[in-house]
Design a protein around this ligand. Structure first.
Ligand code: FES
Ligand code: FE2
Length: 351
């Protein structure tokens, strides 16, 4: 077994895709190095199975969907959405070993979540949610699936790191006014938080274009990281004259950028991003404008993160130094490691 399997938290809900990605056809997926196949059944539910026939290991995604059953493309063994074998061509007896592993799946807010750990521990109440999804004062819009050749921990780290915004995203999310503003970090609760306010400064490109601000604004960035792999970036701007308090962010133009990270393998992560906002509700043109700006910004992150992945694969001559801004990422890595350690069977720990 590859040591890479120890790099992931398994007892967690991950995003398998947007709801629109699942239709009545076989969709191969790779999550935590496990090959999976998903499809939508006639009753509207999504089934996700291991993508491997128990006979000669042909990926089931190479077969065919007949009603809600998958027929293997090699010798025709057929499995239903619960992974049970319902047919073996040429024999009547179906042995008890003729099954395929299935995964708990739950759809919420037009997102398909999959539980990658022990099925008995899957609790749908633990699936990520924000009350703003249910509010008609807020508009939710799904963006893209960004494919990064980078380790998911490096991607997550970037999402609890407000300091990079001034340097990586100078035309969209940041500008020079924030370069030297201190980042606050709160790691006392389950959700890690890093934030800062930039008061009385020129608006960043995003809010010039989207909020229509041209005079100085107060701007905030709150980065929430829900372990293991979901990030919420709460950012916004308000007229300086409003003298907004930290708890009054709803009075400004407020946007949540959500990132759902799906680790594919140790050098590959899919970041499905979407946004919610309290302005231009129902205005799809505004959604598209925002998508365009986010695409610029997130491709800037991709370039950085892929270059780091390459540098980390090269021969290492010294340990990376740590800065004050690294507190969130350091705690993130420590917590992920302790979750992974907690999942390992004791025999392995003592081996
Ligand atoms: S490999 Fe699937 S039935 Fe033989
Ligand atoms: Fe970024």
């Amino acid at each position: 077994m590859s040591s890479a399997n120890n790099q992931y938290v398994h007892d967690a809900w991950y995003v398998a895709g947007w709801s629109s990605e699942f239709t009545h056809s076989l969709l191969p997926l790779m999550i935590l190095e496990q090959a999976l196949v998903g499809y939508r059944c006639a009753d509207g539910t999504v089934a996700i199975l291991e993508d491997r026939c128990p006979h000669r290991q042909l990926p089931l995604s190479k077969g065919q969907l007949h009603n809600d059953n998958i027929q293997c493309g090699y010798h025709g063994m057929t499995f239903n959405g619960q992974g049970q074998c319902v047919r073996i061509p040429g024999q009547d007896n179906i042995p008890s070993s003729a099954y395929v592993r299935t995964y708990p799946v739950h759809e919420k807010n037009n997102i398909v979540f999959i539980w990658m750990g022990e099925p008995d521990k899957a609790d749908t109440n633990a699936i990520f949610h924000l009350p703003q999804f249910d509010s008609d004062q807020w508009h939710a819009h799904q963006g893209d699936a960004l494919h990064l050749k980078a380790h998911y921990m490096n991607v997550a780290e970037n999402l609890v790191d407000p300091a990079h915004v001034s340097f990586v995203h100078p035309t969209t999310l940041g500008n020079a006014a924030s370069e030297d503003i201190e980042v606050h970090v709160d790691v006392d609760s389950d959700v890690l938080l890093a934030w800062r306010w930039i008061r009385d400064a020129p608006p960043v490109g995003f809010f010039q274009k989207f909020g229509g601000f041209d005079a100085n604004v107060d701007r905030w960035h709150y980065y929430y990281l829900h372990l293991p792999c979901t990030a919420v970036i709460d950012f916004g701007s308000a007229d300086v004259s409003a003298q907004l308090q930290e708890s009054e962010r709803d009075k400004g133009v407020r946007i949540f950028a959500l990132h759902f990270l799906t680790p594919v393998n140790e050098h590959y992560t899919i970041d499905r991003w979407m946004h919610l906002r309290n302005a231009a509700v129902g205005d799809e043109q505004a959604s598209e404008q925002m998508d365009a700006m986010f695409r610029i910004a997130f491709n800037e992150d991709k370039e950085i993160l892929e270059a780091i992945d390459e540098a980390e694969r090269a021969v290492q001559t010294r340990k990376p130094i740590r800065l004050a801004i690294d507190k969130g990422p350091i705690v993130y890595r420590r917590r992920i490691q302790s979750l992974i350690d907690g999942e390992r069977p004791e025999v392995e720990l003592h081996a």
